[in-house]
Every structure is written in C-alpha cells, then in structure tokens.
Design a protein around this ligand. Structure first.
Ligand SMILES: Nc1ncnc2c1ncn2[C@@H]1O[C@H](COP(=O)(O)OP(=O)(O)OP(=O)(O)O)[C@@H](O)[C@H]1O
Length: 254
C-alpha cells in the first residue's frame, strides 16, 4: 500500500481554489519532490497530506499508523534563551540519550549535542531540526523549503544528508524546494504543481516536459543532463539508490 494517496483532491481556502483535482501517491522509501512557482499550492499540498487541511472534494488516504516527520522552513528560538541541542530534542516530550544520539547521528549532527541552539550555523540548525523530525522514526519525512537561507554548498550538503537518511532508515521523503536542479537531481520522482499537477515523473522527464519548461524555462537542463550522464555510468557504485556521485551533483548545482 502507498503511504499517502490523494484522489482528485480539491482544496478551497478563503473562497479561492488552491488545489484542483490533484491525484498523487507517495510510495514507500521514495524521494518525491514537488516543484512549482510561488503560490502554486505546494505548502497547501503538504498540509493536506499531513491532515492539517481538509479537501473540500476528493479523498486523502493515509496508510494506517503512518508516522510522519516534519522539517519546517525555519523555527524561531529566542536567542537569549539558554537551550542546548540535547534539551531542545527533549521538547516537548522527553527522549532518551540513546534516541537523541541516534537521531543526531542520522542527521549528521552527532557532535552538536552540547552546543547552544543560539550558537548554531544555519546548516547546523537545519540538521538539528532534521534530527528532531527523525525522533519519531517516521515512515515519511516531509521537508518544506528546509534549505531556505543556506548557501548552495550548504543546501547541497543537506540534500546529501537526506539521501543518506533515506538509505539508512528507509523512510520516504517528500520535499518542496525552490532549488530546482539540486532537489530534482536528488529525487526519484518529481511532481510539477500549479494548482493542479502539470506533469510528473523522473527528474529528466519533468525537466524536458513542455508544461515544466513553460513554468521554469530551460535553466536546469545542463545540471540534469550531467546528472543523467553520471546516472547511466554508475554501475560501479555501491548502492542502487545512492547514485554515488553527490560531488558531481554539487558541481552541477554550482
Ligand atoms: N489559509 C489560507 N486562506 C486563504 N488563502 C490561502 C491560505 N493558505 C494559502 N492560501 C492561498 O493559496 C495559494 C497557494 O498558497 P501556498 O502557500 O500553498 O503556495 P506555495 O506554492 O507554497 O507558495 P510559495 O512558493 O510562495 O511558498 C496562495 O494564493 C495563497 O494566498
């Protein structure tokens, strides 16, 4: 069974139709990315998937017992508040030292436990938010513009960590980002949204679809061509899902 299944989901907010007849499935262990221009309904779609927004028509079915981990865009913490990473992970519910250490380890933040939240860099802060999302051992990890404010190497490193998380924990990942070529290269499947699903499929397929080009132009073609080339020559790499050329992807991204 798919983790989440939307069937002809329509969402109206404030008298406006934000999503119309959206069909979407999230499959186990896949990395699925939603791209779309500003105001195209990406955040609303995530909120519908989580269950925070109810569709006015159509259906949303979540796998029974589905555990969702959510990494927000940002979280404001009063910089004058003394709060270590370890204590932050135990808010609002206490977690064991072992669980906290494991989550930090998976998020690539194992050495941050004793640091003050206020002293973290943007990239370290996002990794701590990722660790917090992993505490619930999610089947589905959702990231909404989780690299906003990070520079390009920082974002690329964060997406590499997401690929590692998926490989180590086997969770599905659903993300929204404006960094089209970086996230698309890291995805198994891409959905292009503009109130409705314009097109979907493998990153290469979406990047060359007329609907996608009409919305975003052809700016990502070079990066995706490089990605496809590397992908086709990845036989000597270790993991089917770890395309094994993250550095090439970073280069493509820069
Ligand atoms: N609670 C709400 N009430 C009324 N309108 C809303 C509400 N939430 C979102 N909208 C409208 O729905 C549309 C889609 O918003 P949404 O935030 O889902 O888009 P988005 O693709 O995530 O945008 P961005 O890329 O700018 O973050 C916008 O026109 C927005 O004004």
């Amino acid at each position: 069974m798919n983790l989440v299944e939307l069937t002809r989901a329509t969402v109206r907010l404030g008298g406006q139709t934000v999503l119309e007849n959206v069909d979407l499935s999230v499959r186990a262990a896949e990395i699925l990315t939603i791209v779309g221009p500003n105001g195209s309904g990406k955040s609303t779609l995530l909120r519908t998937i989580i269950g925070a927004v109810k569709p006015s028509a159509g259906q949303v079915v979540r796998k029974p017992g589905l555990r969702i981990g959510y990494v927000p865009q940002k979280l404001h913490i009063d910089p004058t508040l003394p709060l270590t990473v370890r204590r932050f992970l135990s808010l609002p519910e206490h977690v064991s030292d072992t669980a906290a250490a494991e989550a930090l380890d998976h998020a690539g933040a194992e050495c941050l436990s004793r640091q003050q939240m206020a002293s973290l860099s943007g990239g370290q802060f996002q990794r701590v938010l990722l660790a917090r999302a992993l505490l619930s051992k999610p089947d589905l990890l959702i990231l909404d513009e989780a690299t906003q404010g990070l520079d390009q190497p920082g974002s690329a490193a964060f997406y590499r960590q997401i690929e590692t998380v998926r490989r180590e924990l086997g969770c599905a990942v659903l993300m929204v980002s404006h960094e089209l070529h970086v996230v698309m290269a890291a995805s198994d499947r891409v959905i292009c949204l503009n109130g409705h699903v314009c097109c979907e499929g493998a990153p290469e397929h979406v990047a060359s679809a007329p609907e996608y080009r009409a919305l975003f132009g052809t700016g990502t073609q070079g990066a995706l061509a490089l990605y496809r080339h590397e992908h086709n020559h990845s036989h000597d790499h270790e993991h089917a899902h770890d395309h094994g050329h993250s550095h090439d992807k970073d280069r493509a991204a820069s």
